[in-house]
Design a protein around this ligand. Structure first.
Ligand code: BGP
Length: 459
């Protein structure tokens, strides 16, 4: 039997934009995602946008009952900046305050530890349009004000905080790969946004430690261990570069207070070093995080393109990313992501060895599947594939903990099926099924299994 410590957290994660919804009179401002889907009707015109969600803003009370039934001892969500501070005046929306206070208090009363993240891809549109989002230092300072407001309002209830979710995704998808708004390809802007988000995180961490004396703060990073396709020196070099950009770019400054020299050198070489000041670097150095959230879905398979790739493109994911799936590897065919549970163990060992064995929680891990209704029997989705996926990852996580890794919990993506940035409702991840027509929620087989998992602290 695989046994976790008694106080090990089991639960799920979601985000404000993906679950809350926007309603008449709630004063929530538009985000870049609303613009993407509703205003521009860009390339997603045939998909549902973020205004149609599981409506947590209205239904959170009943959802907390479902979290109880599915064995949650922890739950992570985010605060919507656009809801809390809906315009440039900076005045706080009292309806948002009442909502978050009640939501978080009720979770706490049910002995579900609430973990709150401040920014999950959801830039208020008024800040994007006026300043260009995190390209601008103005937005860094506004973010720090927003963070301080959140700490002052909610830190009596919430003890575990995170500054950002997967900041590298905002950088890559927004400024290199054209998946997220503003869909640009501009490496100089990309590094500026990455640096500014790190600075914002470190500044918020500093303020947190001034305001909150009985809590912990971290950053949530999607760590994708980079494995070279072969032992060829070019592939190995490409894997190092992949690791620098995809993981170390936030992991090193957040945990160690310093950017890796190699990363700085590559940025210099390509003239994409961001603008910075020594005072800012000092803030980053002196305000490292207490904990980490680690999202893990898949590894990064790497090969150098055409033996020695065009050095102009070294910092582009297309330089190193190798979509080729070697025979014998498994893939989640719905999401197109490789299933490699060993990766969670490799991350555990990397954090132990190179990052002071900092305490962390697995803040996302899960399996997105299309058209799950076809697995329904006796009114319940029989998602044995998902249970298998969790088990395999938990086995490797457990192995890491046995070897001294400092992991304090495992949160799956997600509790209730939710809206997603690029796939809308195509891939479902939940322990609980969402019927989009009726908004009904029905616990899946994995939800019942998860309840047993938490009860026994193992399987
Ligand atoms: C992570 C995000 C989540 C969630 C998840 C699943 O990167 O933090 O918000 O969306 O991925 O990915 P997707 O919905 O694209 O399948």
């Amino acid at each position: 039997m695989i046994k976790f410590p008694k106080d090990f957290y089991f639960g799920s994660s979601t985000s404000a934009e993906q679950s809350e919804g926007r309603f008449e009179g709630d004063k929530k401002a538009l985000t870049t995602w609303d613009k993407f889907y509703e205003v521009d009707k860009y390339k997603f015109y045939d998909l549902i946008g973020p205004s149609k969600t599981s409506s947590v803003y209205r239904r959170y009370k009943e959802d907390i009952d479902l979290y109880k039934k599915t064995g949650h001892s922890a739950f992570r969500t985010s605060i919507s900046w656009a809801r809390l501070i809906p315009d440039e005046s900076g005045i706080v929306n009292e309806k948002a305050v009442a909502f978050y206070k009640d939501y978080f208090t009720r979770l706490k009363e049910e002995n579900i530890e609430v973990m709150v993240n401040l920014f999950h891809f959801d830039m208020p549109l008024y800040l994007e349009e006026k300043y260009g989002g995190f390209v601008s230092k103005e937005v860094v300072y506004k973010y720090v004000e927003y963070a301080k407001t959140c700490f002052s309002l909610f830190s009596d209830i919430v003890k575990i905080w995170f500054t950002f979710n997967e900041p590298i995704v905002s950088v890559e998808c927004g400024y290199l790969l054209q998946y997220h708004y503003p869909m640009e390809v501009d490496a100089k802007k990309a590094t500026q946004v990455a640096y500014n988000m790190q600075l914002a995180s470190s500044m918020a961490t500093k303020e947190f430690h001034k305001i909150v004396k009985d809590g912990k703060i971290g950053i949530i990073l999607n760590l994708t261990p980079a494995y070279p396709r072969s032992n060829n020196k070019y592939d190995i070099k490409a894997a190092n570069i992949a690791e620098l950009f995809a993981s170390k770019s936030f992991l090193d400054p957040s945990v160690l207070g310093k950017y890796p020299d190699e990363l700085i050198n590559i940025c210099k070489k390509h003239d994409i070093l961001p603008e910075y000041t020594n005072d800012e670097l000092e803030i980053i150095e002196n305000n490292t995080v207490d904990i980490l959230g680690i999202n893990y879905y898949q590894p990064l398979r790497v090969s150098a393109k055409a033996n020695m790739p065009n050095p102009e493109a070294e910092f582009m994911p297309s330089y190193y990313y190798d979509p080729y799936i070697m025979p014998g590897r498994r893939i989640n065919k719905y999401r197109g992501w490789e299933i490699y549970p060993e990766g969670i163990y490799d991350i555990a060992m990397n954090i132990k060895k190179n990052y002071n064995n900092i305490p962390y929680i697995i803040s996302e891990n899960g399996m997105g599947v299309e058209d799950e209704k076809r697995f329904k029997k006796d009114g319940i989705i029989q998602d044995d594939y998902r249970i298998e996926f969790f088990k395999e990852h938990l086995e490797y996580l457990h192995k890491g903990i046995k070897e001294g890794s400092n992991c304090f919990g495992y949160l799956v993506w997600t509790g209730i099926d939710c809206w997603s940035w690029l796939n809308s409702y195509k891939n479902r991840y939940g322990l609980i099924e969402l019927d989009l027509e009726t908004s009904n929620r029905i616990i899946k087989k994995s939800g019942y299994w998860f309840n047993e998992l938490n009860k026994n602290k193992g399987f």
